[in-house]
Design a protein around this ligand. Structure first.
Ligand code: SF4
Ligand code: SF4
Length: 368
């Protein structure tokens, strides 16, 4: 006899899901075309039809422990072929946004990030008050040196604790998700965590799973450029720290320095990648799909991060002090947004997706 289960629908969850991009979920009449055409969907646990049913029924707890919503790569082949226009790709995207909100610690941070004006007002006030408190609330005279405006040690004292806190809360959120995953299949593992995780990271670096998408195939290059842009900027930050503390080389660093080359290439990679993603999302691909405000907010923030970073350097090189220093201030606001809010923004998807794929590799259910 099949096991009996009591289902507990959460009506508010359905309502919220519709608000964050899943407004078409009720159109689904469960024909399963989406699961047939989805290039990521395995035979023994097809998706996204089952997620559409669970979403219609408001089965929040089951959906928030479902690795398939992270296994989905948003290629939208399902939405293209759905005969009802239920846009399952967008519903899964909305589920991911909802998951990030629900799993966030502390939950009020997720609410702040959902409000872009408030989310940017906070770094503005924090940076402004820091400048005022350190007596730097003015445009310095002479050659443009950003550390004369915002001293390195002040930036470190401000950012290191905030980034540390964000990192800890993100790790706790990931562990919570991992705990849910482990209850799905007991300890019946075919592969250890280490091996599965390394395989997943190699796939991430190559963007292997993106190559399976048909409708959104053009997203791969943009996503890859953004990914490597962020990796490059992270390496640049470590490189500058090494210069500053070990080599005692202080800014401004010459344009011919390899670190500068690396930083500039990373920034251009980020800019070109995010423009390619915007172009891909705006292109008419003959399918009924919609980018959620959660996704758009993050895309715009990354674009502004890259643009203000490049303008900060160009205005410094041009010697326009009155624009360069305010531009640097604005750039720091976007740096704050991206790194302090990352557990609550779209960027959080990296860790959850990595864990979902690692988990499927461990239980022998990875489709590639
Ligand atoms: S989302 Fe569309 S394709 Fe998928 S089961 Fe529902 S109606 Fe069918
Ligand atoms: S968006 Fe792509 S990966 Fe996600 S369920 Fe649809 S077809 Fe599958």
């Amino acid at each position: 006899m099949p096991e009996e289960r009591v289902l507990s629908p959460d009506i508010n969850f359905i309502r919220d899901l519709k608000k964050v991009g899943g407004e078409t979920l009720k159109k689904c009449y469960q024909c399963a075309t989406c699961s047939v055409v989805c290039p990521m969907s395995p035979d023994d646990r097809p998706f996204p039809r089952k997620e559409m049913i669970m979403a219609q029924m408001g089965l929040k707890e089951s959906l928030l422990a479902d690795p398939d919503i992270w296994y989905c790569h948003n290629c939208n082949d399902c939405s293209k072929y759905c005969p009802r226009g239920a846009r399952p790709g967008d519903v899964l995207s909305a589920l991911r946004a909802k998951f990030i909100n629900e799993n966030a610690i502390p939950s009020f941070m997720a609410k702040i990030v959902r409000n872009p004006i408030l989310a940017l007002a906070i770094p503005f006030v924090v940076l402004f008050l820091t400048l005022a408190a350190t007596g730097n609330l003015h445009i310095p005279e002479g050659k443009i040196v950003y550390s004369h405006f915002f001293p390195i040690d002040v930036i470190e004292k401000l950012f290191i604790p905030l980034v540390g806190l964000a990192g800890i809360t993100y790790i706790v959120s990931l562990l919570r998700f991992w705990g849910k995953l482990k209850t799905l299949n007991g300890t019946n593992y075919q592969k250890g965590f280490g091996d599965a995780f390394v395989e997943t990271i190699v796939e991430f670096l190559k963007h292997t799973k993106f190559t399976k998408c048909e409708t959104n195939a053009d997203r791969k290059n943009g996503h890859m450029l953004v990914f490597y842009g962020f990796v490059g900027l992270f390496i640049t930050t470590c490189w500058i720290t090494f210069y500053y503390y070990v080599m005692k080389i202080h800014s401004p660093i010459s344009l011919g320095d390899p670190m500068k080359w690396f930083a500039n290439i990373s920034a251009i990679s980020l800019l070109v990648g995010i423009l390619a993603i915007i172009g891909s999302r705006m292109k008419d691909k003959g399918i009924n799909t919609k980018t959620s405000s959660f996704d758009w907010t993050f895309i715009i923030m990354v674009l502004l991060l890259a643009v203000t970073g490049i303008l900060t350097e160009l205005t410094r090189l041009a010697g326009i002090r009155q624009i360069a220093y305010p531009m640097y201030f604005v750039h720091l606001m976007f740096v704050f947004y991206i790194i302090v809010y990352f557990p609550y923004s779209k960027l959080a998807h990296m860790g959850y997706r990595a864990l979902a794929i690692t988990y499927y590799k461990m239980v022998g259910k990875d489709v590639m």
